[in-house]
Design a protein around this ligand. Structure first.
Ligand SMILES: *Cc1c(COP(=O)(O)O)cnc(C)c1O
Length: 731
């Protein structure tokens, strides 16, 4: 019996459809689907980490039979089961009309090192993973034939705890794959289907988990098997843990193993999408297969490999691109280049920025740029930065002719829009608003919503964020054994009537999580103001090896304890998708102040727009394209912090930006928020909320993004011409 069948067999008759729904993350996109599980037992639902399989497994038979005899509940199950089946079987989709040439029999294969689909599948660390998850969801919604490949990390990233002194500690917890909404792929004998990859001169077996994301299948390779050497079992232990050696081993598994896994499950992709350089080794394996099949040489099959591979780069700094020493390459690939029929030097040249330099390390981005027919950055500005950074590979070209284009990131609207607002959009935009996300005329109807209507909903969502923050901080303080007074004081933390700022992202130096604190006294005057106070909620992890990032967290934790700010400043531990949803749905203002141009795109600010939150951000990444100002330079749909002084003097730039941020808060943001009518409704503010929604939502959603990938990257023959900047890498 399959995993789904086993679960189905345990459920009372009218609840049986829940088994199929539980094993498809389609359930996680809208609140009516989530509540199907939640209402079985709200407490158990939280305890299970909102994992429907674990919930159904652990629910008592008494409870299940209670639900099974409740006519209202059964009707809901029936209706959603029908909706689910119709969705899964839908023939007439956006993609079937726009891109019928992409066939189910030869789908797009999307490779990524992490996927952030839901907090119950913790195999993501941050932006890249969430983007990948949202890509799959929109590909499913649009009916794009797409499968995905990643790694099934035994312990994922890490769980963040902050100790008494505010220092980050990392906990690693086993993912209970057997109780997660994933299925182990088996062969005809009912045994796990495995593939083999040579890693560190040993054959390693990987089994394959399947996670269903609507109509998209995500395959996750896992080496945690007892027929592997104990060290190799940890190959898929951690995401971005370990050293260069683990890193290359994982990338060999993802790239080469990924191609083999697709073969093993009978999938023959037309296009391989390398989402970031981690998977670039897949191009070599595709070449190897082609050489074996045709008997041609590597250089004869190169063009046909390139025709089947496309690349998205995400990193605007040279140091962020994976490179491996030639020693490391030797130890992993000495057996491999012969199978490509090329020499060691020819092989290493594929990843060398400068040919003929024996000290040049092997770059994954270089390999991807050489072996893919298109390459793109993730915002207009990032495209520009990438062309400059990789000009070195195209010495004969002018910088603006370097063949790296851009497709700006977006977010999956159903995942990130609060149910209370989705309900409002449905009322004002129409029943099928989710099918028209790219339609700016539809979004313009947000102006028809009465201010009071949108405002009370926003306020409820803010209260929900406050409740979540208090809950998380109480738990954290209890775990740190803080004194009872401190624990109880969370009940006074944050106030829904106070202007609320959110700041959540990875803590690393360039994101300047403590920029607000540069002038501590001025910050105190703004946040501690008794007339028109301001409050802020932080969240985010620092990479385990990033001491500077951890020091920023520590500084913020210290700030939280300032006597005038204890009820105004909070830092939520262990940022994940669930906390992200609460934050982006509940804040008034979303703050982002990275060092320009180091934010390739950023997506959390886009999530905020779908919920009427307003961005206050440095003009970096997507905000360069999103921000609009009037003739007087005043923001229409948000605020832009500072200006690029075009200086290498970080100190100077930090001073300029923090000054500008304080000034914006003091002179524009705070006065506008507190300009309220007799009923406490801030009409000027709501004007800007509506602008934030109607200007940004139609552009920065993943339906638009995936549609761009389909028409400008995936479609046959895509290379040059469609959008001038997306010229073919080989042209
Ligand atoms: C959206 C999201 C991110 C990425 O946000 P950025 O704006 O790109 O920093 C990271 N982590 C989580 C949990 C998210 O939901």
């Amino acid at each position: 019996m399959t995993t789904v069948e086993t679960l189905r067999s345990k459920l009372p008759f009218p609840l049986k459809p829940l088994a199929d729904i539980a094993y498809n993350y389609w359930w996680s996109w809208t609140s009516d689907r989530i509540s199907l599980f939640q209402s079985i037992s709200p407490e158990e639902w939280q305890r299970c980490g909102r994992n429907p399989v674990a919930l159904l497994e652990s629910a008592s038979y008494v409870r299940l039979t209670q639900m099974a005899k409740d006519p209202t509940y059964i009707k809901r199950v029936k209706a959603l089961a029908q909706q689910f089946n119709e969705y899964m079987e839908q023939k007439n989709t956006w993609a079937s009309n726009i891109a019928p040439e992409i066939k189910k029999e030869s789908p797009i294969a999307y490779f990524c090192a992490e996927f952030g689909i839901h907090e119950s599948l913790p195999i993501y660390s941050g932006g890249l993973g969430i983007l990948a998850g949202d890509h799959l969801k929109s590909a499913s919604d649009l009916g794009v034939p797409l499968v995905a490949v990643g790694l099934g990390y035994r312990q994922g990233y890490f769980q963040q705890r902050l100790n008494q002194s505010g220092w980050q500690e990392e906990n690693y917890i086993d993912n209970p794959f057997e109780r997660m909404p994933v299925e182990l792929i088996t062969n005809e004998q009912g045994q796990p289907l495995t593939i083999k990859v040579e890693v560190r001169q040993r054959m390693v077996n990987a089994q394959i988990w399947l996670a269903r994301v609507g109509r998209v299948k995500l395959y996750l390779l896992d080496t945690n098997r007892d027929d592997n050497d104990p060290i190799d079992r940890w190959l898929t232990g951690h995401l971005y843990g370990g050293n260069q050696d683990t890193r290359i081993a994982q990338e060999v598994l993802l790239g080469i193993g990924g191609v083999r896994a697709l073969q093993a499950v009978g999938i023959n992709p037309s296009i391989h999408h390398l989402n970031e350089g981690h998977a670039a080794f897949c191009t070599l394996e595709i070449a190897r297969n082609e050489i074996q099949r045709t008997g041609k040489s590597f250089y004869d099959v190169e063009a046909s490999v390139r025709d089947r591979c496309v690349f998205t780069t995400h990193t605007p700094v040279p140091a962020g691109h994976d490179v491996f020493s030639s020693d490391l390459m030797d130890s992993y690939f000495a057996h491999y280049w012969a199978t490509l029929g090329i020499s060691r030097e020819q092989f290493l040249a594929l990843g060398a920025r400068r040919l003929g330099d024996p000290w040049e390390p092997f770059g994954m981005t270089v390999l991807a740029l050489r072996m893919c027919r298109t390459a793109n950055g993730v915002s207009e500005l990032h495209g520009q930065v990438s062309r400059k950074m990789w000009k070195i590979l195209y010495p004969e070209r002018a910088e603006d002719k370097v063949p790296i284009g851009y497709i700006t990131n977006g977010v999956h609207a159903p995942t990130w829009t609060a149910p209370l607002l989705a309900d409002l959009y449905q009322e004002y935009f129409g029943e099928d608003w989710l099918n028209n996300l790219m339609d700016s005329q539809m979004w313009a109807k947000v102006d028809n919503i009465p201010d009071e209507e949108i405002w009370w909903r926003h306020q409820v969502l803010k209260e929900r964020l406050i409740a979540h923050t208090r809950y998380k901080l109480k738990l954290a303080r209890q775990q740190r054994h803080e004194d009872q007074h401190r624990i109880d004081s969370v009940e006074q933390l944050l106030d829904p009537n106070v202007l609320t700022i959110g700041f959540a992202r990875r803590f690393s130096l360039y994101k300047r999580g403590d920029l607000l604190l540069r002038d501590a006294e001025r910050a105190l005057r703004i946040f501690g103001n008794s007339d028109r106070p301001v409050q802020i909620v932080f969240a985010g992890k620092a990479h385990p090896q990033d001491e500077e990032g951890k020091r920023i967290i520590q500084r913020l934790m210290e700030w939280c304890k300032h006597p005038s700010l204890v009820s105004r400043v909070a830092l939520i531990e262990d940022y994940d998708i669930y906390t992200a949803q609460k934050l982006v749905q509940g804040v008034d203002v979303w703050l982002n102040n990275p060092r320009r141009p180091l934010e390739a795109s950023g997506t959390s600010g886009q999530k905020v727009c779908f919920n009427g939150g307003i961005n206050c951000s440095v003009l970096d990444g997507w905000w360069c394209e999103g921000y609009q100002a009037d003739a007087n330079g005043k923001g229409i749909n948000g605020w832009a912090i500072g200006e690029d002084a075009n200086t290498s003097d970080q100190e100077l730039q930090d001073r300029i930006d923090s000054e500008a941020l304080y000034k914006l808060l003091e002179e524009e943001i705070v006065p506008m928020y507190y300009d309220q009518d007799a009923n406490g409704v801030p009409h000027r503010w709501i004007q800007m909320m509506k602008a934030s929604i109607k200007i940004n939502a139609p552009l920065f959603n993943t339906d638009r993004m995936v549609a761009d990938y389909v028409t400008q990257v995936y479609a046959p023959g895509c290379s040059s011409g469609v959008k001038p900047i997306l010229a073919s890498v080989t042209a």
